[in-house]
Structures are given as structure tokens and as C-alpha cells.
Design a binder for this molecule. Structure first.
Ligand code: ADP
Ligand code: ASP
Ligand code: MG
Length: 408
């Protein structure tokens, strides 16, 4: 007997037939004698629609009310799955975030989990009942509903698995595992049998939305055995494991991309200690997440340029904060544009292999794709390019690093 947390994403609970299909999977695990807790997402498309409603109601809305609205999708699927399970004779009940409770901080819209009380869930296991938990939501210490950021049900599931000391966390989705890149844009993408926490963390944070970044970080910290698999087919998925479980490591294990990025350049920033800190402190105060910061060498010793990226959705707010603080920040000009894409090459093997960056730059040059910003870390290289070249770049890089599936 094992204790398992099973999470089902939006497509997997997209209509009543699919919710019944999920109920069958859960019932099977219960019949096999396992203790099962379930986490569900909202039906595919529902959260997008709820977000859109908030934007239409007021572009600069109250984040606490946004959370009240967007958390609603998971309430529906949690109740529906409990009903379908009961209909099959499996005792089950739903839990919303506040009913567990799952406590979060007060950063509405992108809250972090602080603590999960497990008594109610343990009581369900004791009584032989399946707990169906609404993912993506919790209760903040201001006593309001809080959501964990888009894709947050993955994080709910891994956090529950850690709190319950579960043997496994199964993340069921609409693909049958983690691939070398998004299989929807590269048909030649290959499924990985195993991927390390470190690589998955990079791939997720660089745009591979198959797992929310924070869910991977939590799995890594708490050693949660996490598996990504299909809710539509019965076949093994991809295991996210620690590095020592992988015998021979590929140099490059995946290509990730993130559309919807924007690039901001601060021109003529005074080149003296403290200026960069004056630039970024007000952005951090507004919870604006800045990425890929590049400062160019000062030509005249008096001024320098700083370029960084932000999510395109945050561009307007970012520009406003910068313009409002122009006096203290002391820069000459501001240049910005949306519609750029970040493409990244990821692999722990990069630590011990040279030439990975060269292959990336040659490949993009061959396709006539201009690189606008470059950043690197120990196990990844990222570039910013025009969004219109995303698919071309990802496919070319996938081939260049020998990742294409071998045709049978
Ligand atoms: P869910 O609703 O189940 O949470 P998501 O849409 O959030 O599903 O994540 C699954 C999607 O992630 C897939 O449909 C796929 O297009 C995308 N994806 C991006 N990169 C990868 C990758 N490297 N491997 C697998 N899927 C990926
Ligand atoms: N329903 C939420 C979203 O679409 C959370 C999730 O699906 O993980 O972002
Ligand atoms: Mg998801």
C-alpha cells in the first residue's frame, strides 16, 4: 500500500466525461489498496476566462478580488470529481483551500504556501475516503482566498505530497511526460524517461509549462518522487529524480521557450555605485519580476546602458514605475518593446562540456535569426529573439543538439 497524491490538469477535467475518466483512475488506485488524495485544476479555459472577466471589469483591479474570482474554477471541478467518485461507490469529499486549510502569504495572485494542516486529510485516509482538493488556492493570513500563480495546482499537489509524506506525486496532464522540448511545436521531440530536478527547474522557469516552477523547487527540497504522465493513456511517464539516479547524462537535455516577454533598455544611466539598486528597488516593491539583466561596459566612464526582460503583461506597469522614478534613477532615455521570445538550451552536462554556446549561436546565425540579449548560468544558455522566429529557432536547435527522435 502506498500513499499517493494525484493531480489532474485542466484538459484532464475538461468536461464531465473526462472527470468520470479521472474518477475511474482514482477508483482503481483505491481498489489496489492505496491511500489517495487528489488535486484538481479548473476545466481547461475556465481560468483564462475568469482572468479576462477581471481585466474587463477593471484593468488595474484589486488582487484580493482577482483571487476570489479566479479560484472559482477549481471549486467546480473538486465538487464534480467528488460527485463522480461517489456515483461509482467510492466515498469522497471535496476540500477548498481554506477548508484544509492551506495557509499562504499575502501576495495575492502569486502567493506562496506557508503551511498545510493535514488533520482533515489524515482523517479521510483513516475513514477510507478520498479527499479531492481544489488546486491553485489557499487562505492568506489576511483571511482572504489567495491563488498561487498560473499553473499553481502543480505546486498545490507537490506541497500536499510533502506535507502528507506521500510516497509519490503523480501529475496527470495532456502529454505523456516531459519531452526534450514542447511536443506541440516540435513533432520530433523525444520523451525523457527521467529528468533531474535541476534540469526540470530550469526548463520550467524558462517556459516549459508542463510543471509550474515552484512545484519542481518544492519537489527538489522535500525529495518528493514526482512523475508526469498522461491522463488519457496507460503508460509510464517521466520521473523527476536527483542527479545521482541518472547514469549517463546528455550534454543538452532540452530546449525551452517563453513567448510573451518584453525587453526594456535604460539608456544613459549614471555609472556610479548605487544606481542599479535605485533602478530595481522600486520595481521589486511593485512585485515586478525582472529577468536577464545585462549591463554594458561604460564607454566614457560616465554613463552605461542596462537591459532587462519582464513578462509582456507587466511591461506597462514596469514602464510606468521607471518613468515615475526617472528623477532618482538618473537615466537619459527608456527604450522598450514587447513581442520577443526567450529561447533556452538546458543540460547539466554543460558543466563539463565546452562548445554548447557556440553551437547555439552558429545555429541561429545559419537561420538568420538575430540575438538581442544573451544570458548564461551553469546549466543553461538563454537568448532573446523576435517572437516570430520562435518555432524556427526551437526546431533548429533541437536538431543541432541531436535531440530529434529517431524515426522507427
Ligand atoms: P495541465 O493543464 O495539465 O496543467 P499544462 O498545459 O499546464 O497542462 O502543461 C502541459 C503542456 O505543457 C503540454 O500540453 C505541452 O504543450 C507543454 N509543454 C511545454 N514544454 C514541454 C515539455 N518540455 N514537455 C512536455 N510538455 C511541454
Ligand atoms: N487553473 C489554474 C491555471 O489555469 C491553475 C492550474 O491549472 O494549475 O493557471
Ligand atoms: Mg499546468
Amino acid at each position: 500500500m502506498a500513499r499517493i497524491v494525484k493531480k489532474f490538469g485542466g484538459t484532464s477535467v475538461g468536461d464531465i466525461d473526462r472527470i468520470r475518466n479521472v474518477a475511474k483512475r482514482v477508483a482503481k488506485a483505491v481498489e489496489e489498496g492505496h491511500e489517495v488524495a487528489v488535486v484538481v485544476s479548473a476545466m481547461a479555459g475556465t481560468t483564462n476566462q475568469l482572468v479576462q472577466f477581471c481585466r474587463e471589469a477593471a484593468p488595474m483591479h484589486d488582487a484580493r478580488e482577482y483571487d476570489t474570482v479566479v479560484a472559482a474554477g477549481e471549486q467546480i471541478t473538486a465538487g464534480l470529481l467528488a460527485i463522480c467518485l461517489q456515483e461509482m461507490g467510492v466515498p469522497a469529499r471535496s476540500f477548498l483551500g481554506w477548508q484544509l486549510p492551506l495557509h499562504t502569504n499575502n501576495v495575492h495572485g502569486a502567493a506562496r504556501i506557508e503551511e498545510i494542516e493535514t488533520e482533515a486529510l489524515e482523517a479521510c485516509f483513516e475513514g477510507g475516503r478520498v479527499a479531492v482538493c481544489a488546486g491553485f488556492q489557499g487562505i492568506a493570513d489576511d483571511n482572504r482566498i489567495a491563488t498561487l500563480g498560473r499553473g499553481g495546482s502543480d505546486t498545490s499537489a507537490v506541497a500536499l505530497a510533502a506535507a502528507l509524506k506521500a510516497d509519490r506525486c503523480d501529475i496527470y496532464t495532456d502529454v505523456d511526460g516531459v519531452y526534450t522540448t514542447d511536443p506541440r511545436i516540435v513533432p520530433k521531440a523525444r520523451k525523457l524517461e527521467k529528468v533531474t530536478y535541476e534540469e526540470m527547474l530550469e526548463m520550467a522557469s524558462l517556459g516549459a509549462k508542463v510543471l509550474q516552477t515552484r512545484s519542481v523547487a518544492l519537489a527538489m527540497t522535500h525529495g518528493v518522487r514526482t512523475q508526469v504522465l498522461s491522463s488519457f493513456e496507460d503508460k509510464p511517464g517521466t520521473l523527476v529524480v536527483s542527479e545521482d539516479e541518472i547514469v549517463e547524462q546528455e550534454v543538452v537535455s532540452g530546449i525551452a521557450y517563453s513567448r510573451g516577454e518584453a525587453k526594456v533598455t535604460i539608456v544613459g544611466l549614471e555609472d556610479r555605485p548605487g544606481q542599479v539598486s535605485h533602478l530595481f528597488a522600486p520595481l521589486a516593491e511593485e512585485n515586478l519580476n525582472v529577468d536577464m539583466i545585462v549591463q554594458s561596459a561604460s564607454e566614457d566612464g560616465a554613463s552605461t546602458d542596462v537591459t532587462f526582460t519582464v513578462p509582456e503583461d507587466d511591461l506597462k506597469r514596469t514602464v510606468k514605475v521607471l518613468e515615475d522614478n526617472k528623477e532618482t534613477m538618473k537615466f537619459r532615455d527608456l527604450v522598450y518593446r514587447g513581442n520577443v521570445c526567450k529561447v533556452s538550451v538546458v543540460g547539466v552536462g554543460m558543466r563539463s562540456h565546452a562548445g554548447v554556446a557556440g553551437t547555439m549561436f552558429d545555429t541561429l546565425a545559419d537561420k538568420g535569426i538575430n540575438i538581442q540579449v544573451i544570458s548564461t548560468s551553469e546549466i543553461k544558455i538563454s537568448v532573446i529573439i523576435d517572437a516570430e522566429y520562435t518555432e524556427l529557432a526551437v526546431r533548429a536547435l533541437h536538431t543541432a543538439y541531436g535531440l530529434d527522435k529517431v524515426e522507427e
